[in-house]
Ligand binder design. Structure first.
Ligand code: UFG
Length: 328
């Protein structure tokens, strides 16, 4: 029995594949390498270069490899890009996920883990936000994921399929062993951008908006270390394998940091006082979003091990230095 990991050559997916291969699981990766890297793949994982929207291909993989569970990471993930190209995001994230679920149903795959996002909540009315809060995404990205959650719920009701939806808060950091990390050259995520600026790869960086209703006026996010997020997936897979019911879980630590606090941590830990400019707010950004993570802690016994902004930033710095060394 094997696990199919879509997007397994990407940032988060590659960490999942490492964790599965560390346990000697059989892993098949489906990735179109649009943002992923062949080199990111753990030894022993089978890479199939192709598209999750290719239903015939997914079905063929399910049959050939005896796929027991699918972990579906493959998606486009940049909030402002989704505002500029909503139809592209709905095609890539929603329509293709529909095809992938259809292939799973047809192929008799009984278990699925789906990468969703805190962006489904939009600007939550209460924070920390729990899973039963109203879903009011502010961006097509968030809506594309919310629609996929709904398709999965309805398909699981109609067919013998159980699922876990994981709503990621802000994922950052890198494998503590230095085997993988965020490698996208033009990444837009705050910690990656700040780390690249500290290492001189960018002349300066911008803070998007300093007039939000938050303590220092900049946006607040719940940053979670990628290895703890992978721990949540491992717990979700064990839950499904033991016959657990379909469920939805937030993945965050339950406390937030502002953009300025993150930048300060990067400056302190890198020892570089880089240039930071104030800029207008970015479209689709909620002011503050922090996870209520009680459900995953209780139901899946999830125990984060890297719950510290400094640990996250240190691992992101180490990974970026490694990427720089590879280039030189
Ligand atoms: N930011 C800056 N300057 C930058 C980059 C980011 O000020 O150069 C700010 C953003 O405006 C935002 C915060 O830093 O306020 C975090 O932005 P990111 O781009 O790092 O992350 P987002 O919060 O926009 O989105 C991320 C993931 C989504 C996920 C969401 C959940 O990309 O998949 O977190 O909150 F849904």
């Amino acid at each position: 029995m094997a696990v199919l990991v879509t997007g397994g050559a990407g940032y988060i997916g590659s960490h999942m594949v490492l964790a599965l291969r560390d346990r000697d699981e059989q892993v098949v990766v489906l990735d179109n390498l649009s943002t992923g890297f062949r080199e990111a793949l753990a030894p022993g994982a089978i890479l199939i270069e192709g598209d999750v929207g290719d239903r015939a291909l997914v079905l063929a993989l399910i049959k050939k490899h005896g796929i027991e569970a699918i972990i579906h990471f493959a998606a486009k993930i940049v909030v402002p890009d989704s505002v500029a190209d909503p139809l592209g995001y709905y095609l890539n994230n929603t329509v293709k996920t529909r095809e992938m679920i259809a292939a799973a149903v047809e192929g008799g795959v009984g278990q699925m883990i789906f990468s969703s996002t805190a962006a489904v909540y939009g600007n939550p009315q209460a924070t920390p936000v729990a899973e039963d809060a109203a879903l009011m995404p502010l961006s097509p990205y968030g809506t594309s994921k919310m629609m996929s959650e709904m398709m999965l719920r309805d398909a699981a009701f109609a067919h013998p399929l159980r699922y876990v939806v994981l709503r990621y808060f802000n994922v950052a950091g890198a494998d503590p062993g230095g085997r993988s990390g965020q490698s996208t050259p033009n990444a837009t995520h705050l910690i990656k951008v700040a780390v690249q600026t500290a290492l001189g790869m960018r002349p300066s960086m911008q803070v998007f908006g300093d007039d939000y209703a938050t303590p220092d006026g900049t946006c607040v996010r719940d940053y979670i270390h990628v290895s703890d997020l992978i721990g949540a997936h491992a717990a979700a897979l064990a839950h499904l394998r033991h016959g657990g019911a379909s469920d939805v879980f937030n993945c965050g630590y339950g406390h937030g940091y502002s953009v300025l606090e993150v930048i300060d941590a990067v400056k302190r830990l890198s020892g570089v006082d880089f240039k930071v400019d104030m800029a207008p707010p970015r479209a689709g950004d909620p002011a503050s979003i922090i996870a209520d993570a009680a459900r995953i802690r209780h139901k899946l016994a999830w125990m984060p091990e890297h719950n510290s902004l400094d640990t996250i930033v240190r691992s992101a710095l180490a990974w970026e230095r490694q990427l720089l060394n590879r280039q030189s």
